[in-house]
Design a protein around this ligand. Structure first.
Ligand SMILES: Cc1ncc(COP(=O)(O)O)c(C=O)c1O
Length: 375
């Protein structure tokens, strides 16, 4: 594929390109989005970015001044927190449950922060919580934002990685106005190419292009050419189905290992797509403090603290299931559970800050979700 790119378009693909991205790729992006239910988007409103990360950076540059408030799920994507922090904005977290963002919590956050600039949300297979905003709530959340005049940034890198039928329609498929839609080829093709995009309301698209030009001049013509070659010559729709199958099997393996092996008092989410499970530890355990012991036992996770602007989340961890084969996932959970049991035993001897829940809480919707206590 890359040979062909070199031989057929070597000269142009190694040159500067245009700031908005090639028209071929923008047309293909519209086709990709239509698979998720975003139909009728114009390539003219698409801005190609250097991964999904630059998409967030451009939107932050466009909207945020120092001291501004951004509303975001709690927990939320660590890279978005970095972008908002670099813009010197303050993040106010909004609680989720098993059905995603809680509308009443969003209303409350808007009341408390009436000048918030936008809601940043990952409604589908959320990173890190793994939960998905239900279809009914999507309308409710959009209504709330519309009434409050609050812009929505919908970040959707995982929407195509659904394990149980199609994901609910993106927010942008339901409302054109006031919703900025961001996505990336990183999770469905190749993160190394660094190609993502923003679908923006027409009125601001030009501003985003100018900002991107100031930022990177233009996205890499070579990387865009590679994505275009891939989408033109490879069975990419079939490939996404393969990912779905593999990740579903791995998700199932992780969930059943957690069920069988985790110490009492541990709860976790049950994602219907994406890459992550969010675990809540038995009371008193600290995922950040425990990390060196886990690494020594040759098992890794991401401590929950990285996903909150205010450093909370010590009682949580993000577990990834896409990378390892089922038997490795089970072995990882066995090791992690051993580390946790040891911590609990140490805590029982030397004391801790609170009681350990005596029984394992499983299966209930409340137990599955990163509840309001995590926001
Ligand atoms: C929610 C979310 N947004 C954006 C990104 C960034 O994507 P990219 O690798 O294309 O920059 C990620 C990557 O993990 C992500 O999880």
């Amino acid at each position: 594929m890359l040979n062909r790119l070199g031989s057929e378009q070597g000269a142009t693909s190694l040159q500067y390109g245009i700031g908005q991205g090639t028209i071929e790729l923008r047309e293909q992006i519209c086709e990709v989005m239509s698979l998720s239910g975003i139909t009728g988007a114009s390539p003219d409103d698409v801005v190609v970015t250097v991964g999904g990360q630059q998409a967030l950076d451009l939107l932050a540059r466009l909207f945020l001044d120092p001291g501004d408030v951004v509303l975001a799920e709690g927990p939320t994507y660590v890279g978005a927190l970095g972008v908002f922090q670099a813009a010197q904005a303050q993040v106010r977290h909004v609680a989720m449950d098993a059905d995603g963002l809680v509308p009443a919590a969003l209303e409350e956050a808007i009341r408390a922060n009436p000048r918030a600039k936008f809601l940043y949300t990952i409604p589908t297979f959320q990173n890190p919580a793994g939960v998905t905003l239900s279809a009914a709530r999507r309308e409710e959340i959009l209504d709330i934002c519309e009434r409050a005049g609050l812009l929505v940034i919908e970040d959707d890198p995982y929407g195509m990685l659904s394990f149980e039928g199609d994901a609910p329609l993106p927010l942008r498929a339901r409302r054109r106005e006031g919703v900025f839609y961001c996505s990336t080829f990183s999770k469905t093709f190749a993160p190394g190419l660094r190609v993502g995009w923003i679908l923006a309301p027409h009125a601001v698209r030009e501003k985003l292009v100018m900002m991107s030009e100031a930022n990177v001049l233009c996205p890499s013509a070579f990387a865009q050419g590679a994505v275009t070659q891939y989408l033109t010559t490879m069975p990419w729709r079939e490939q996404i189905k393969v990912y779905r199958e593999i990740y579903r099997e791995r998700r199932d393996a992780l969930l059943s290992a957690l069920e069988d092996l985790m110490p009492a008092g541990t709860t976790w989410t049950r994602p219907s797509g994406g890459l992550f499970v969010w675990a809540t530890l038995p009371e008193g355990l600290d995922s950040k403090a425990m990390m060196p012991r886990a690494i020594a036992a040759r098992v890794a996770y991401v401590p929950g603290t990285g996903f909150y602007a205010d450093g909370t989340g010590r009682g949580n961890m993000r577990l990834n299931f896409s990378f390892s084969a089922p038997e490795r996932l089970r072995e990882g959970v066995r090791r992690l559970s051993g580390v946790m049991e040891q911590e609990l035993a140490t805590r029982a001897v030397f004391g801790g800050t609170g009681p350990i829940t005596p029984q394992r809480r499983r299966g209930s919707a409340a137990g599955d979700a990163p509840g309001p206590d995590l926001a």
